[in-house]
Ligand binder design. Structure first.
Ligand code: TXA
Ligand code: MG
Length: 306
């Protein structure tokens, strides 16, 4: 049975503590959540998403809790946690035995994040372990930024969806690996490589990695519509007009700023599918800052599909 979309945080926490799998709001995107210590519930996440079991999950922890229960944070990791938590930064560190290999896909590292969304925090405080959550979409598809998106994608496969309003960042968290002497940004996000470098007194050439978190090199964040990247709005409009002359439906994706792009892009890509657009011409935002994260997602959405 599914409760559908709910506002009741206590009920959502009870569902998690009873072994359920729920849609969970966060400031980045909605997650598909279960208690980290419940192996069977975590298994259900992989089944619902259609995600390979060796593709590790992020452990979300409540504010005021010590991340050291789950991971071994070195100096860099501690500095980044102090500066950016709670918030949209995931820190990858060696795991402790508290975190099951069913969470890490068999790896000896764990990705930890302390979300800033007040509803998420409220929920996490009522669960006596970390809560693991990938984005609450089918594997390879567009991440959800509202409770309704989760309902559209996963319907009754989740026990409930906790509504925390639209995600305010709109893009998945930045992932930074802090293992040994290396600090590497594996996935760009709203906490930028430049900000990370400044806090650690490094240069971005030290910290910027290729986007190499597992499963991130293939097509990802992709709607059914084909995504074509263009550099100017004029080009997008010209190509859309040509399509129209051939009776093809295409959408132009373009926003004023990278921030607005981040907040609205996934909803727009979902709308493209609902409205049966064949092609989306996405005007790439300028590089730098959040623009890099938006470009990363658009490039993956435009990647060849297998
Ligand atoms: O903003 C976010 O991070 C959202 C919200 C729900 O918190 N979550 C999210 O999860 O984007 P997901 O599963 O869609 O992406 C997590 C990424 C994956 O690419 C995964 O491979 C990587 O994090 N990851 C997690 N644990 C890892 C580990 N131990 N080693 C390497 N990569 C890891
Ligand atoms: Mg995802």
């Amino acid at each position: 049975m599914s409760y559908g979309i709910i506002q009741d945080v206590v009920l959502a926490a009870n569902v998690l503590n009873d072994g359920g799998v729920i849609g969970m709001p966060t400031e980045t995107v909605y997650g598909l959540a279960a208690r980290a210590d419940y192996e069977e519930s975590v298994g259900r996440i992989f089944d619902i998403k259609g995600r390979p079991r060796n593709h590790p999950l992020i452990a979300h922890i409540a504010p005021e809790t010590s991340p050291e229960r789950w991971g071994q944070l070195n100096d860099s990791a501690l500095k980044l946690a102090k500066e950016f938590w709670p918030g949209p930064l995931t820190i990858l560190v060696p795991r402790t035995s508290e975190i099951g290999l069913w969470v890490t896909g068999g790896r000896e590292s764990v990705a930890i994040r302390m979300p800033s969304h007040p509803v998420t925090q409220d929920l996490l405080r009522q669960v006596d372990d970390a809560v693991v959550a990938p984005s609450a979409n089918k594997f390879g598809k567009v991440s959800p930024t509202t409770a309704q998106h989760v309902l559209n994608d996963l319907k009754n496969e989740v026990d409930c969806i906790l509504d925390g309003g639209p995600s305010t960042v709109g893009l998945e968290s930045t992932i930074v690996e802090c293992i040994g002497n290396n600090v590497t940004v594996l996935r760009p996000g709203s906490v930028t490589a430049l900000e990370i470098s400044r806090v650690l007194h490094l240069t971005t050439s030290d910290t910027v990695g290729e986007s190499r978190a597992p499963g991130m090199m293939i097509s990802h964040y992709a709607p059914d519509a084909r995504i074509v990247l263009v550099s100017t709005l004029n080009e997008a409009n010209d190509r859309a007009r040509t399509d129209e002359e051939h009776n093809l439906k295409s959408m132009v994706l373009n926003f004023e700023s990278a921030e607005e792009y981040a907040v609205r892009m996934y909803d727009a890509l979902r709308a493209a599918d609902i409205l049966n657009y064949q092609t989306v011409y996405a005007v790439l935002p300028a590089t730098g800052g959040l623009g890099d994260a938006v470009r990363d997602r658009l490039q993956k959405a435009a990647a060849p599909r297998f």
